[in-house]
Design a protein around this ligand. Structure first.
Ligand code: SAM
Length: 253
C-alpha cells in the first residue's frame, strides 16, 4: 500500500510551501494539505467525528469558533457546514491561497496570514472571547518554523471562560519509535510497505525538528501552570496515523 507513494514530497513542509501547493492545479485537495490521497481520502467523516467528540461545545449554538490552519479538504468543509448549522461564528486562519479554495458563507470570516505573527487583529478583537479553537495537523509545521511558543501562549489568551482548544495530530517521534519497535508496529510496517524488512528505529539519536514526549508533555505542564486544564488524548483507531500521532485538549475552567 505504501509502495509507490513519494513520502519525501510531504516532508519539511512550511507555511510558504502550503501557499505554493494550494495554487498547484496538479495536486488533489489532500495533497494540497500535505497528505498522500490514500491517507485522507474517505477519512473526513471519521476525522471530524473524532474532533466533535473531543470538542463537545461545538454542539452548542451561537459560539465563537476559531480554526487555525484548516486547509482546504474534508475536515475544513465539515467544520464550515457544522458551524453554519449551529449558528456559530467561525474564523478560519490560513494562507490566503488556501482559504480561497474553501466556500464562502455568511457565518465564516477568512483571515489570511501566518498565525500568530501576521494576525494581530485576531488578538485585538477576540482575546478572551473564543469558545472553541481547533488547530488540526498544523502544530508540526508551526514547531518546525520556530513558532511553537508564540502559537501556544497566544492561543491560550484567545480562550473565553469555559473555552475548549483541541490541538490535533501531534506527530510524536517517541510515540512513533515505541510503535515501530513493537511487534505490532513491525508487522504493520511489513504489511504497509510490502517488505520483509523491519522498520529502522534509532534510539539515543538527535531528532532535529521533531516533537517528542518532552516537548508535548512540557506543553501540558505549561498550560496547567498558566491556569488551564490540559490532557493528551489518543486518536480514534481508524484514523490514518493514530498509531503514531496524538491530540491535546486544553480547557479553560
Ligand atoms: C497539514 S495541513 C492540515 C489542514 C487541516 N487542518 C486538515 O487536517 O485537513 C496544515 C495547514 O495549516 C496551514 N498553516 C501552516 N502553518 C500555518 C500558520 N503559521 N498559520 C496559518 N496556517 C498555517 C497550511 O497552509 C495548511 O493548510
Amino acid at each position: 500500500m505504501g509502495q509507490g507513494i513519494n513520502f519525501d514530497r510531504f516532508k519539511n513542509l512550511t507555511y510558504e510551501s502550503f501557499r505554493q501547493m494550494a495554487k498547484d492545479p496538479m495536486l488533489s485537495e489532500y495533497e494540497k494539505v500535505g497528505f498522500p490521497d490514500s491517507y485522507r481520502e474517505g477519512k473526513g467523516d471519521a476525522i471530524f467525528a473524532d474532533i466533535l467528540a473531543k470538542l463537545p461545545r461545538l454542539n452548542e449554538r451561537g459560539l465563537t469558533v476559531v480554526d487555525i490552519g484548516p486547509g482546504c479538504s474534508d475536515p475544513a468543509k465539515r467544520m464550515i457546514e457544522h458551524c453554519g448549522a449551529h449558528e456559530h461564528r467561525l474564523i478560519m486562519i490560513d494562507a490566503p491561497e488556501m482559504l480561497d479554495l474553501l466556500p464562502d458563507a455568511p457565518h465564516l470570516t477568512k483571515m489570511g496570514g501566518c498565525y500568530p505573527k501576521e494576525t494581530p487583529q485576531l488578538f485585538a478583537d477576540c482575546a478572551g472571547k473564543v469558545d472553541v479553537v481547533l488547530a488540526y495537523g498544523v502544530v508540526s509545521i508551526i514547531f518546525a518554523e520556530g513558532l511553537l511558543y508564540p502559537f501556544f501562549d497566544q492561543t491560550l489568551t484567545l480562550l473565553a471562560d469555559g473555552g475548549q482548544w483541541l490541538i490535533g495530530d501531534f506527530p510524536n517521534i517517541d510515540k512513533r519509535k515505541r510503535f515501530f519497535a513493537s511487534p505490532t508496529g513491525i508487522a504493520f510496517h511489513k504489511a504497509f510497505m510490502e517488505t520483509e524488512e523491519a522498520p529502522e528505529v534509532h534510539f539515543n539519536a538527535v531528532e532535529a525538528g521533531q516533537m517528542d514526549d518532552g516537548v508535548i508533555i512540557g506543553l501540558i505542564i505549561r498550560a496547567r501552570r498558566f491556569g488551564f486544564d490540559a490532557y493528551l488524548l489518543p486518536q480514534r483507531a481508524d484514523l490514518p496515523m493514530a498509531n503514531r500521532r496524538e491530540d491535546m485538549l486544553i480547557l479553560k475552567p
